[in-house]
Design a protein around this ligand. Structure first.
Ligand code: GUN
Length: 294
C-alpha cells in the first residue's frame, strides 16, 4: 500500500510558517503584505478558488482584496485595474484568476502585471528566471508538488520524472523545476505516442491533464511516487464528487507514495501562494524587487 502524502497537513504547516513570517514582516516594516486577487466573470470553480485564496490570506494575517469584474469586462478595464494595483504600495502580490473570458487576451494581461508582484510567476520574465534556475517566485502548484515529492524522496537526483500535461500553469514549470532537481524529465501530452509505456518507466509521475481518473495501475511502475494535480468534478452514483487525474483506488496498491484528491496538491497550491506573497513583499520592501535568489 502506498504512503499517503497528506497535502492538507503539509499545507497547514506551511501556512503556520508564513503566519510567523507575516508577524516578523509587520514588526520590521509596520505593515502587512497585501494580496490582490482579480476574478473576471462568474465561473463557479474560479469563484471557489478565489474565495479560498482570500480566506487563507486573511488567516495568515495579510490584507487581501478581491476585485470582481463582470464577464463582459474589456481589456482596457482590466489593464487599468492591473496598472492601479502595480502602482499601489500596499499591494505586494497580484493574481488574476485564469481562465479569462474569451474576449480578453490572457498573455497581454499576464505581461501587464509587475513581475515583482506576479505571485503566480506566470510573467514572461519570471518564466525565463525559472528556466535559468534564478527564480525568486516559483509557480504555486509546481512548487507545492515539489515540496510533497521532497517529503517522500530523500534525493530526486537522477530519478526519471514523467510529467503528464504541458500547460503553462503546471506541466511546463513542473518540468523546469524537476530538471533543476537533476531529475531526468519527460513531458507527455495529447500528441505523445506510447504514453502508457513511457509512464511505466517513471520513478515519479506528475499527473496534470484534467481528465478524471485517466491514469490506471498498469501505467505505474511498482514503487513509483504519484502526484495528482487533477481536480475534476464528476457525478458518481448520483453524487457529485471531486476526483483526480489518477484512479486512486487502482493506483494506490502499486505506488510507494501518492497524493489524494481532495486534500493533496490543492491545499499546497494555496499555501505556496501565501509563501510567494510574503516572498514578494519582502523583496519589494528590501528595495531589491528584481534581485533573484541564488
Ligand atoms: N487557474 C487555475 N490554476 C490557477 C493558478 O494557479 N493561478 C491562476 N491565476 N489561475 C489559475
Amino acid at each position: 500500500m502506498a504512503a499517503l502524502i497528506d497535502g492538507k497537513a503539509m499545507a497547514q504547516q506551511l501556512i503556520d510558517e508564513v503566519k510567523g513570517g507575516v508577524t516578523e514582516f509587520s514588526q520590521r516594516y509596520g505593515s502587512v503584505p497585501g494580496l490582490a486577487v482579480v476574478l473576471v466573470g462568474d465561473d463557479p470553480a474560479s469563484q471557489v478558488y478565489v474565495r479560498n485564496k482570500v480566506k487563507r490570506a486573511h488567516e495568515v494575517g495579510m490584507t487581501s482584496i478581491e476585485h470582481q469584474l463582470p464577464d463582459d469586462c474589456s481589456q482596457h478595464t482590466l489593464n487599468q485595474l492591473i496598472a492601479e494595483l502595480n502602482a499601489d504600495p500596499a499591494v505586494h502580490g497580484i493574481l488574476v484568476q485564469l481562465p479569462l473570458p474569451a474576449q480578453l487576451n490572457e498573455k497581454e494581461i499576464i505581461a501587464a502585471i509587475a513581475a515583482e508582484k506576479d505571485v503566480d510567476s506566470f510573467h514572461p520574465l519570471n518564466v525565463g528566471a525559472l528556466v535559468t534556475a534564478e527564480a525568486n517566485l516559483v509557480p504555486c502548484t509546481p512548487l507545492g508538488c515539489l515540496m510533497m515529492l521532497r517529503q517522500v524522496c530523500d534525493d530526486l537526483s537522477g530519478k526519471h520524472a514523467v510529467v503528464i500535461g504541458r500547460s503553462n500553469i503546471v506541466g511546463k514549470p513542473m518540468a523546469a523545476l524537476l530538471l533543476q532537481e537533476n531529475c531526468t524529465v519527460t513531458t507527455v501530452h495529447s500528441h505523445s505516442r506510447d504514453i502508457e509505456q513511457i509512464c511505466q518507466q517513471a520513478d515519479i509521475v506528475i499527473a496534470a491533464v484534467g481528465r478524471p481518473e485517466l491514469i490506471k495501475s498498469h501505467w505505474i511502475k511498482p514503487g513509483a511516487v504519484v502526484i495528482d494535480v487533477g481536480i475534476n468534478a464528476v457525478v458518481q452514483d448520483q453524487t457529485r464528487k471531486l476526483v483526480g487525474d489518477v484512479d486512486f483506488a487502482d493506483v494506490e496498491p502499486v505506488a510507494s507514495a501518492i497524493t489524494p484528491v481532495p486534500g493533496g496538491v490543492g491545499p499546497m497550491t494555496i499555501a505556496c501562494l501565501m509563501k510567494n506573497t510574503l516572498t514578494a513583499a519582502e523583496a519589494l520592501h528590501a528595495g531589491q524587487p528584481n534581485k533573484l535568489a541564488s
